[in-house]
Design a protein around this ligand. Sequence first.
Ligand code: DAH
Length: 340
Amino acid sequence: MEENIEKVVEEAALEAEGAQSSRALYEVKMKFLGRTGKVTALLKNMREIAAEARPAFGKRVNAVREKLEELFSRLEEKVKERELAARLKEEEIDVTLPGRHQRAGALHPVTRIKSELIEIFSGMGFEVFEGPEIESEYYNFTALNTPADHPARAMQDTFYITDEFLLRTQTSAGQIRLMEKKKPPIKMLSPGKVFRADDDATHSPMFHQMEGLVVDKHITLCDLQGMLDEFARKVFSETSKTRLRPSYFPFTEPSVEVDVSCAACGGKGCSLCKGTGWIEVLGAGMVNRHVLENCGIDPDEYSGFAFGMGIERIAMLKYGINHIRLFTENDVRFLKEFED
Ligand code: DAH
């Protein structure tokens, strides 16, 4: 039996010294000192020993047990220290390394102008309403006083999806959607993408418009011009003025084309304004009574004005951009020009 004890101690010490991790060491410890471990098993075998030798044997085994426990806790400490050192080394951070340069993005010029316009007009009490990009003929044309046989339908080269549905050619469609839902007083601003089969330096098959609509009692063309003057001063320059020229849109009567005094030359005439001192910026007018009627609003009680502008056009004028395609090419060099 004594021999047995010696063997177990020797074996335990050998295995413990060889354990490379705290986990392995724990397993060795359990193998000898655990509930079903080899040292514990020695005590269980006491019955096989002569009764008078038992106390001495028990004492001996307990002494061995204590010795081994000491050994394990010494080794445990060592292994843990080693493991900690290894982990610290692995997770070492060189705080003297230079940081990685983060390049900040910039807002797209269309987004910038759009936000600028929203800010200006919401300051005047306008609310933003966004209509769908896929529209029905009714909202895009018919309800805007442009029936199927109307010559104005040919003014816009429409992308049709079916006989009934199309990609909206103008954000004016949103006027109808809003007026069907909300009754005057109305002050709406509607930004969004529009689509037309058109492609050259100043036209693109997809571009953005900003629609405005005001309907209330006693609204006149003077209200429209006063508000557009404010818009021109905020977007272009403190000294900008507007000029209204007669025009035609089916959904407004009278209709006007709005020019802004050229900010590049202050109205004296230059290459940008082709010597005229004025630049055409948007279309507008007094809401046609048929349009109000189509939305269940009494044109004898209410009147309104509407306007629609191309956001790319405003950005081109403001930033001196000469080709509309630059907006969609996503050339980083172009976008970088608009970093703050
Ligand atoms: N929808 C017109 C277009 O796309 C622009 C426009 C003109 C909008 C006059 C209006 C308006 O609201 O009153 O060419």
